[in-house]
Design a protein around this ligand. Structure first.
Ligand SMILES: Cc1ncc(COP(=O)(O)O)c(C=O)c1O
Length: 377
């Protein structure tokens, strides 16, 4: 599996493979105001060990924030505070799967999740996707051969493929989870980042038998360095997580950070910031898509993103994007090759580009550099 390190970019390089927010958009002033508001309460309790599930006032503020964006009422008692979606996923792997278990993921899937699954010694099986997300018939074929502990899915504005699971497939996936007795771990960190279309409501709104656990995060809507996110799930799951040795010893996750973000939520600052981010990301997405339409050869195709962070390019079968990378570096451009997102070293003819880290000018420049390394038609 490729090793990926945190960001350290050489000067001049445009790395469209970076899937992080632009440092210039990280909300320093917002957090300063929120921290001041919190400190002005003269309440030292956020500095104490936190309650295992997460502070109730914070969960209430989070539920109020999420309900309109999710298009469904969110119950604060169904929220469990995490140190980010990654941490949530790791906890779920610990408590709802054991080494040697099979899990299903989309092919392609979020590449760093594959590292978590490898750490947990899980047997990962890929399910093909199309422009409406996971293909249900492909899932049914695999269910005839395997009993997964859970299906890990990124249903909305998929990383890397930019597609969204349709409402009817959500329905079918949930019904299959009931019939075949597996959990659905829905990584919904892009749910609130819709630019040109409203996605279906989160997976949990389709859940009747309590098979869905949903992951959310402040990394994509506020700042990744906060390490703050949530799991939304039924009581039984949350009790299990809150009763873990990890939580019993260390207390709830990041209670101090949560108290600052609670102020950001209560003061309406998170709402304002998200509105602003969506405006900027929508423009950047449009700039990247326009540059791609202008410069890409006809043999390369992609689904236009309606939200999220990414564009996923599909090249003809004989192109191996990983082997284009050396040439790319010579042109001061980089990207994520498709193979990184594959469960079986496949997807060699795909490439992920991100449109949130760079501004529109750099995105345009990046595409012009990128097309220079493409094989001649
Ligand atoms: C699908 C997906 N899940 C999880 C994460 C990581 O989220 P967090 O920073 O909350 O751990 C990312 C970040 O790229 C992501 O794309």
């Amino acid at each position: 599996m490729p090793q990926i390190t945190q960001l350290n970019l050489p000067a001049g390089l445009i790395d469209l493979g970076v899937g992080q927010p632009d440092i210039a958009l990280l909300p320093l002033d917002l957090l300063k105001k929120s921290a001041e508001h919190r400190f002005n309460q003269s309440d030292p309790s956020p500095l104490q060990y936190g309650t295992e599930q997460g502070n109730g006032y914070f969960r209430r503020a989070l539920a109020r924030f999420l309900s309109p964006g999710y298009g469904m009422p969110v119950d604060p008692d169904q929220l469990f505070i995490t140190a980010g979606a990654t941490y949530g996923l790791d906890l779920i792997c610990t408590y709802f799967a054991k080494a040697g278990d099979t899990i299903f993921v989309e092919e392609p899937t979020y590449f760093l999740a594959l590292h978590i699954f490898a750490d947990r010694r899980l047997n990962v099986v890929g399910i093909s996707i199309d422009d409406k997300g996971m293909i249900i018939e492909a899932l049914e074929e695999k269910l005839a051969k395997h009993q997964p502990a859970f299906v890990y899915t990124i249903p909305t504005f998929h990383n890397p493929a930019a597609v969204t699971l349709s409402a009817s497939r959500r329905e079918k996936l949930v019904r299959l989870s009931e019939k075949h007795n597996f959990l659905i771990v829905a990584d919904e960190v892009y749910q609130l980042l819709a630019y040109t279309a409203t996605p279906p409501a989160p997976m949990i709104s389709f859940d009747q038998a309590g098979t869905v656990l949903s992951l959310g995060s402040f990394s994509k809507i506020l700042a990744p360095g906060l390490r703050l996110g949530w799991i939304q799930a039924g009581d039984e799951f949350l009790r299990r997580l809150a009763g873990s040795g990890l939580l019993l010893s260390g207390g709830g996750l990041n209670p101090f950070t949560a108290s600052v973000v609670q102020s950001a939520l209560e003061l309406g600052l998170q709402d304002e910031h998200l509105t602003q981010l969506k405006k900027i990301y929508r423009l950047r997405s449009a700039a990247l898509v326009a540059a791609l339409h202008e410069h890409l050869p006809a043999s390369v195709s992609f689904v236009e993103p309606e939200g999220g962070f990414f564009v996923w390019l599909q090249f003809p079968e004989d192109v191996d994007t990983a082997s284009l990378r050396r040439k790319a570096r010579q042109q001061d451009i980089d990207f994520q090759p498709g193979v990184n997102f594959s469960t079986n070293r496949g997807l060699h003819n795909f490439m992920r580009l991100c449109f949130v880290y760079y501004d529109s000018d750099d995105l345009g420049k990046g595409v012009q550099r990128l097309v220079k390394i493409f094989p001649e038609e």
